[in-house]
Design a protein around this ligand. Sequence first.
Ligand SMILES: NC(=O)c1ccc[n+]([C@@H]2O[C@H](COP(=O)([O-])OP(=O)(O)OC[C@H]3O[C@@H](n4cnc5c(N)ncnc54)[C@H](OP(=O)(O)O)[C@@H]3O)[C@@H](O)[C@H]2O)c1
Length: 368
Amino acid sequence: MHRAGGQAHLVTGATGLIGAAVVLQLLTDTDSDIWCLTRPRGARAARQRLHQELTRAARLYGMADTADAIARRCHALTGNLDRPLDPGTLTALPEISHIWHSGASLRAEELFADQVREVNVEGTRRLLDLCRGLGAHFNYVSTASVAPRREGLQHEAPPDATSVLHNVYERSKREAELLVMNSPTPWRILRPVMVVGHSHTYAATTFSGLYAFARRLHRFRRAYGAALEDRRPALVGAATAEVHFAPVDQVARNAVHVGLHGATGYFYHLANSRTLNVADLYTTVFRWSGLLPPHCVPAGTPLAGPDRELNRHMAGFTDYFSRRERFDCTRTQAVVGPQAMSMPMDTTTLTALLDWYGQQVSRSRSPA
Ligand SMILES: NC(=O)c1ccc[n+]([C@@H]2O[C@H](COP(=O)([O-])OP(=O)(O)OC[C@H]3O[C@@H](n4cnc5c(N)ncnc54)[C@H](OP(=O)(O)O)[C@@H]3O)[C@@H](O)[C@H]2O)c1
């Protein structure tokens, strides 16, 4: 592959799942230095956190040989997306060719609406201003869940004012997309579906989507498990609808390829061509949690007793798994190639991803 060199890149969210993988991919595909907007945490300064998180991601993804490049070419820019960037800090920046904006709050609860908006919308606005000043390209990591329609084929198209958005997170991502689209800076909007662990090692560095679903079910089982023993519960979901999970390494590889080579002013879906259905997802996650697989029932089905409790507990997720969406990837494939993303996504892979997650949880709980 042609290695892009020259000017530096600025990445947000580099301590997160997608951002870290994007940085590792940029280290592989370019010769450039990478500046990462990073917040300190506790006693750990931004630089120390950044290098620790990137090194950990590299080790988990079988890329330990990038450790030297991380130390030499990745630089922390101390900052927080929820407030203006310190002009003094910005003077450290060299010429930047691309901003990769992957930092965001993934909280969906209404309680956090103001905070989520400040980070996801106002943070994007501030970065767009910075981008204009730097004369850089703006690659915005959005989400496929703002896709315009709830059913059928979702095109790589602008957000639609009539689309149903389910929570503060989705609303903030659409608002941010509109800001990006209307900005005079050259932009690309990259929309991943739900992201899971690495396609070979199954590792992930943070755990949302699939893992949050499994975690929530596990908690339910601990609280109400006895009521579900020896009984298949009912869970809202469209049994035959496709579930879209994409491995983090392939999402990052395609994001970087599109962000360096795709035309500006367009939307790009980052989706896996291999899917599984909702019934198989539910069966696998329930069995993994030690529960009998549920019957899928349509939204609006009257439910009582433990079924009602279960559905109340899993509400945010069952909403996603009631959609019947497919994602058009024509534009992404035109840049990346026809096999843009094709990790086999079946019950065996899903179990391997969950087992890897389970091992991390057990390890973090076991006494040192
Ligand atoms: N994961 C998915 O399944 C998925 C699917 C579709 C789209 N996306 C989109 O992909 C992007 C990255 O998601 P992810 O899964 O990588 O999330 P993640 O693992 O939770 O990482 C979020 C990143 O954003 C940073 N961040 C959050 N609030 C910040 C703030 N106030 N100031 C500075 N940095 C802040 C975090 O920094 P700290 O480490 O300091 O907290 C972290 O680096 C998001 O825009 C998300 O909407 C994710």
